[in-house]
Design a protein around this ligand. Structure first.
Ligand SMILES: Cc1cc2nc3c(=O)[nH]c(=O)nc-3n(C[C@H](O)[C@H](O)[C@H](O)COP(=O)(O)O)c2cc1C
Length: 206
């Protein structure tokens, strides 16, 4: 079985999506031929080769304004026919992570991806929404407050291996929401200071 994991984060390094993609790759590793690719970066032009012959496409990306990052949307739009031809019959899965605490924020992105699958003549598999994206890199998937995220990826991996469709599912960190928000504010203020922006300037509307 061939699985192509498409990292749709515009960050070329240190993205939460890369971590999620690697976690799924590890879970699928022994039983499938599984590669991670991206529509951007040095290997961006090779992506259609990586997708060719895949039985499952797993799109892993951050939520941007309740939707998809624009480069990913453009890739899906421009490559619809190629994806449909090269991965004909593939199942489409999506793992969407977002900065707000609640993973259910990703519901609209699931619908966008389901529409893409329909339009490409592919079968929708499942959407997984992961809230609290800001914690993914600091804690480690499958550990402590992110244990449920690891368990969710286990279930998704089983669905991928069995070419099964399943209900979309969203998961939040096992962590106090108010504390997550407080830590986010602290880290934004620290980045603002680092970039010589004061609190008044942060609130100026463009
Ligand atoms: C332009 C932009 C728009 C975003 N829009 C949302 C949003 O609508 N809802 C949300 O919860 N997080 C939003 N975020 C936060 C990202 O989804 C979050 O930081 C995510 O963990 C980044 O994942 P990545 O490291 O894989 O790129 C946005 C971030 C950016 C830069």
């Amino acid at each position: 079985m061939k699985v192509a994991i498409i990292n749709g984060s515009p960050k070329l390094r240190e993205s939460a999506s890369q971590l999620l993609a690697e976690a799924v790759q590890k879970k699928l590793g022994n039983q499938t031929e599984c590669a991670i690719c991206s529509p951007i970066g040095p290997e961006g032009s090779e992506i259609l080769k990586k997708i060719e012959g895949a039985n499952a496409l797993v799109f892993v990306f951050p939520l941007y304004i309740d939707g998809l990052p624009s480069h990913l949307l453009r890739f899906l739009d421009e490559s619809l026919q190629d994806i449909s031809d090269k991965a004909s019959g593939a199942m489409v899965y999506s793992i969407v992570n977002n900065g707000f605490f609640e993973g259910r924020q990703n519901a609209v992105a699931f619908e966008i991806m389901r529409n893409f699958a329909d339009k490409a003549g592919l079968k929708w598999g499942q959407g997984i929404g992961v809230g609290g994206g800001g914690m993914l890199r600091s804690v480690g998937i499958g550990r402590g407050p992110l244990k449920k995220v690891g368990n969710t990826l286990d279930l998704l991996s089983k669905n991928i291996i069995n070419a099964r469709s399943a209900q979309n599912y969203t998961v939040d960190p096992d962590f106090p929401r108010a504390l997550y928000i407080a830590v986010a504010h602290l880290s934004w203020r620290a980045s603002a200071r680092k970039n010589k922006v004061n609190s008044k300037q942060m609130l100026v509307k463009p």
